[in-house]
Design a protein around this ligand. Structure first.
Ligand SMILES: [Zn+2]
Ligand SMILES: [Zn+2]
Length: 262
């Protein structure tokens, strides 16, 4: 089949983006699953946030929906390449030190903070009664998520989540590898947030880092309680808008506390 060159490039980009993201998802969720649910299952049992094991059919649904989401992420990335000949160009630059090494690393941090704000805003919107069912309910079918739930979204939610890519590459000047670092960070954080086990030490929330960074318990409580703890990486916007679950610290202490000391 002789496809026009721009379409061929866009399809190649879709394939490349989806397979790279799939590789990281499979690797990180696979490692977390092997560690918590197979190898150290007994040793970690006291750190399980939700006492029940995953429901029947849950993991296969989480994997299936995540695979669809990764394909949608790839299609959005392909669309960015497809419209490039129209003069709509990203701010991705080369060589790596074009704007200095300081900015190279700072650009990753900027991406993380922009994504954190974007996620909080869109996540709260998706909890609007009119949007919840068609857009966000699929993610909440796992009320006791496993690492495989990292991208367990409906097609609409996957599209909303995928849009952070174009927002960043059009708005933030960065090297492609800095964007890749951001992608790996976000996949790793999403897998951790859904792993179902608390991995931080008991004293963590009392440190400045622990007060700022969200923990697996924080997001597990969102899946359980639904109307609090909307944040992604940082406990920033939940703090600003007063949407932290008041029982968060107590629950964290319970999961990590004497009986939870792994
Ligand atoms: Zn979640
Ligand atoms: Zn939610």
């Amino acid at each position: 089949m002789n496809l026009p060159a721009p379409l061929r490039r866009a399809l190649w980009e879709t394939w490349e983006f989806s397979t790279v993201a799939l590789g990281w998802y499979a690797l990180l969720a696979g490692l977390a699953w092997a560690a918590f649910y197979v190898v150290w299952r007994r040793a970690m049992s006291r750190r399980k946030i939700h006492p029940r094991p995953p429901a029947r059919g849950q993991v296969s649904r989480e994997v299936r929906l995540s695979l669809m989401s990764l394909l949608i992420f790839g299609l959005v990335s392909g669309a960015v390449v497809l419209i490039r000949p129209l003069g709509i160009r990203t701010q991705l630059y080369n060589p790596m030190d074009l704007h200095g090494w300081g900015w190279y690393y700072a650009s990753v941090v900027v991406c993380i903070f922009v994504h954190d704000a974007y996620f909080y805003a869109t996540h709260r919107l998706m909890h609007h009664p009119r949007l919840f069912r068609p857009v966000h309910r699929a993610h909440h079918l796992s009320n006791n998520p496993t690492p495989w739930a990292a991208y367990s979204f409906s097609a609409w939610e996957a599209l909303v989540q995928a849009m952070i890519g174009p927002i960043l590459v059009y708005a933030v000047p960065m090297h492609f590898s800095a964007f890749l670092l951001f992608m790996v960070w976000q996949i790793a954080f999403n897998v951790m947030g859904h792993c179902g086990y608390e991995i931080y030490p008991r004293w963590f929330l009392r440190t400045p880092l622990g007060a700022f960074l969200n923990t697996p318990t924080h997001h597990a409580m969102h899946h359980e309680k639904v109307t609090s703890n909307y944040g992604l990486y940082f406990n920033l916007w939940d703090g600003v808008f007063g949407t932290n679950n008041p029982a968060y610290e107590e629950r964290f202490a319970q999961v990590t506390g004497p009986a939870g000391e792994a």
